[in-house]
Design a binder for this molecule. Structure first.
Ligand SMILES: O=c1ccn([C@@H]2O[C@H](COP(=O)(O)OP(=O)(O)O[C@H]3O[C@H](CO)[C@@H](O)[C@H](O)[C@H]3O)[C@@H](O)[C@H]2O)c(=O)[nH]1
Ligand SMILES: [Mn+2]
Length: 738
């Protein structure tokens, strides 16, 4: 029988003008080779100064050069996708699949309940048949406040969903919508209803916030929902039974909105926790959700979002389905990843939180090679693949023929809750493949990346979809320590992936394109950049102070490759950054964070991974804060760097900054006052002066934080004392040794 001809549900475009890029990179590579040749052919002889320093420089430059090569697959042949929602709707409107949406939260203090329910409401209001949507909130803190907030949200949704439908609201997160709408004009009927619903929302918000401030849910509310009684037996967030409540169940009449329409299923889940049983953080939460939801709604498509990542685009679910349901290419696509975008990025993005080059460039490049990483949020999966299904060539999904099994119809609500609860018990996974081959994988700080990789290893592809209007918006960290801790978790996770059995370095089932392997390595090798970068920030400056050159002098022809590579690469990165939507100052800030990540986060991640391998350290997951104190937020808005407290990472950064300052000042003083011949050093050691100079300039915020600022976000005195002592002793020791 002839296959029915279909026009595709999405199209793919290739980037143009890659030839220039390829020629340019080739020329840079030639430059890099010259640098290597120079290092090897000019090693100081025995007895000459700086032999070991020189050899170190060679190793470092060799690694930087090789790592630089890994950058290319991303940029070789980027692809851009465009879904056709109309075709989807024409062909499949009646048989659209059921979608289960998982929202994860873990701490009611740093992830406030109001924020969480805004995310929940935003995804409940997708432009999608509500009887096919189910929203699950996993609460790893098992907080009654969060449950209370969700209960309030289930009531508010009865007004909110019809309102969204009527006025085509976008974004569908109430808090975000009220913020954007304030400045635009609207019709009078809209204005009136807006006022009413805004009032409802604000009342709800203040009730939830009050409960949060008191730290408990008011007694009188307990009678309003049977769910509150679950907390009678609760002892702590790490020791409690499963709490599972179906707040809206889709069929009962109290689950209709004010217009009489069905509402999405809404479920609260706090999986069982016991202190002696590892709970595997977010991966554990997701796996419980996978099982519980299979009992309740069993949607074929799963969308996973972090609790701060509200939907900013009510069409993105349909967009994602265009990829997964495409008759021709859809069959091999396991998941559709959207970029992580943030609503709180300031103009010059002081912490480089937007990761714009990654999302505007690199992920498009990966898309051409088999698909981007799974990054834990804003990702649309197929349930069966997430649960471990392997790809085979015959696999073809017939969306027209797939019947939705409705568990809800068969059982009473109570029975259903009881049955599902058992699936979230903390012993359920014992002796099963969950966390090993099924669901999200355990034992890695980036459960998302390793899970995505294991899916690729089973033969599937993924798609990167970067819509004009961001699909989701979340909150990026707003202080330097938070940024460093987050990047420590990520880089540590990347390293664990590399050491895992899924490592691209030696896992060779042949499913994965070599380019994609390189791309994975580019991210997973982050930690290996820590030592070389530290070396580059310390040794040349100390040698400068001592007057020993480590680079060719300006008048030598070997100076040319250095100048070309440094200038060429920086200009290219700057251009790419601007093209991705950044500013020049933003690029400079990004460069600083790039340096700080390498010299602190990655270093600590490296050490921690090694300690874990030998069993000296335990896995943790430090959840990033999504709210900040008033004065911290103000400084963030003004793009003033927030240090705040003392930590070994900050001491290290301050020491490096001071060391460079001392070396540079020391050299000037020596040149001007002590050595005759004045500033000849600018010829003989130009590159070393330049390197120290750039390091000093980039560290200006650190000097300000150490010595000039008075606000609470400055570096503490203890850090100033420690780092000054350390940096001075390093300089003195180095000069006094031979
Ligand atoms: O034990 C835990 C810890 C975290 N979370 C949730 O996981 C999400 C991500 O945590 P967050 O602190 O915001 O981490 P980020 O670094 O911002 O998250 C990115 O990186 C993580 C892996 O490091 C992924 O899990 C995330 O999905 C991805 O957005 C949040 O919704 C948390 O509530 C849990 O549910 N249980
Ligand atoms: Mn986050």
């Amino acid at each position: 029988m002839a296959e029915k001809e279909h026009s595709p549900l999405f199209e793919t475009k290739r980037a143009k003008g890659r030839v220039f890029y390829k020629v340019f990179s080739l020329s840079l590579f030639v430059g890099i080779c010259f640098i290597w040749v120079y290092r090897v052919s000019h090693i100081p002889r025995e007895g000459e100064d700086g032999k070991w320093g020189w050899i170190g420089m060679f190793c470092v430059e060799l690694w930087f050069g090789l790592y630089w090569l890994l950058r290319h697959p991303f940029r070789w042949n980027p692809r851009f996708r465009e879904p056709f929602r109309d075709r989807l709707s024409q062909r499949y409107e009646e048989v659209l699949p059921k979608v289960d949406i998982f929202v994860c939260t873990a701490d009611p203090v740093i992830e406030p309940a109001v924020m969480v329910i805004n995310t929940v409401l935003s995804v409940m209001a997708y432009d999608y048949p509500p009887d096919k949507l189910s929203v699950y909130l996993s609460d790893d803190a098992a907080s009654d406040i969060t449950f209370y907030a969700l209960f309030e949200a289930s009531i508010f949704a009865k007004q909110w969903l019809p309102f969204c439908r009527k006025f085509k609201v976008d974004p569908t997160s109430p808090a975000a919508y009220f913020k954007t709408i304030a400045s635009s004009t609207h019709s009078s009927s809209h204005a009136k209803e807006l006022l009413t619903i805004k009032k409802l929302y604000q009342d709800m918000e203040s009730r939830i916030e009050n409960a949060g401030k008191m730290g408990r849910v008011p007694e009188e509310l307990h009678s309003k929902h049977k769910g509150f009684s679950a907390w009678d037996s609760y002892s702590s967030r790490s020791d409690h039974d499963t709490i599972l409540q179906i707040l809206l169940d889709g069929k009962d009449s109290s689950a209709k909105d004010v217009d009489g329409n069905v509402m999405p299923i809404l479920v609260y889940l706090a999986r069982e926790k016991r202190p002696q049983v590892p709970h595997n953080f977010k991966a554990g939460a997701m796996n419980s959700l996978l099982r519980v939801s299979s009992m309740i709604s069993n949607g074929e498509i799963i969308l996973n979002v972090d609790c701060d990542m509200y939907s900013n685009n009510s069409q993105s679910l349909r967009d994602a389905l265009c990829f997964l349901m495409d008759e021709d290419q859809g069959r091999e696509i396991a998941f559709v990843q959207t970029p992580q975008c943030f609503e709180n990025i300031t103009k010059n993005d002081i912490y480089g939180g937007a990761l714009q080059v990654v999302y505007a460039m690199e992920f498009h490049g990966m898309d051409a090679l088999g698909g981007p990483l799974y990054i834990g949020t804003g990702c649309f999966h197929r349930r069966e693949i997430l649960c471990g299904r392997k790809f085979n060539n015959q696999y073809k999904k017939d969306w027209n023929g797939c019947k939705n099994i409705d568990h809800m119809k068969e059982a009473s609500l109570h029975e259903l809750e009881e049955k599902s609860k058992a699936l979230a018990s903390c012993t359920y996974e014992k002796n099963t493949l969950w966390g090993k081959e099924m669901g999200l994988l355990y034992g890695c700080s980036v459960e998302d990346v390793v899970t995505g990789l294991s899916i690729k290893c089973r033969g599937w592809k993924s798609v990167y979809y970067n819509p004009q209007r961001s699909a989701f918006l979340g909150v990026a960290p707003t202080t330097l320590p938070q940024v460093l801790v987050q990047h420590k978790r990520w880089s540590e996770g990347g390293f664990q992936v590399l050491l895992s059995k899924y490592s691209r370095a030696w896992y060779a089932y042949g499913f994965i394109n070599p380019g994609l392997r390189m791309a994975y390595c580019y991210y997973n090798l982050w930690v290996t950049l820590s030592w070389p970068t530290l070396y580059y920030c310390i040794i040349p400056s100390l040698y400068l102070l001592k007057g020993i050159p480590l680079f060719p002098q300006m008048s030598s022809p070997w100076f040319i490759p250095y100048a070309y590579v440094m200038l060429g690469d920086s200009s290219y990165c700057l251009m790419e950054f601007l093209w991705s939507g950044g500013t020049v100052k933003g690029w400079w800030n990004d460069l600083r964070i790039w340096l700080y990540k390498r010299t602190s986060s990655y270093l600590f991640a490296f050490v921690d991974t090694i300690l874990k391998i030998f069993g000296f350290s335990e896995s943790t997951f430090i959840v990033s804060a999504k709210v900040a104190e008033e004065n911290v937020s103000q400084r963030y808005e003004k793009e003033v760097m927030e240090f705040g407290n003392s930590s070994p990472m900050l001491t290290l950064l301050a020491t490096l900054a001071l060391l460079n300052l001392f070396c540079l000042l020391g050299t000037f003083i020596k040149q001007v006052f002590i050595i005759e011949g004045g500033l000849r050093i600018f010829d003989t050691m130009a590159l070393q002066v330049l390197l120290s100079g750039v390091l000093v300039l980039i560290n200006i915020p650190v000097y300000q934080g150490l010595f000039l600022r008075k606000d609470k976000g400055r570096l503490p005195i203890s850090v100033a004392v420690q780092s000054t002592t350390l940096a001075l002793s390093a300089c003195v020791l180095f000069i006094s040794t031979r």
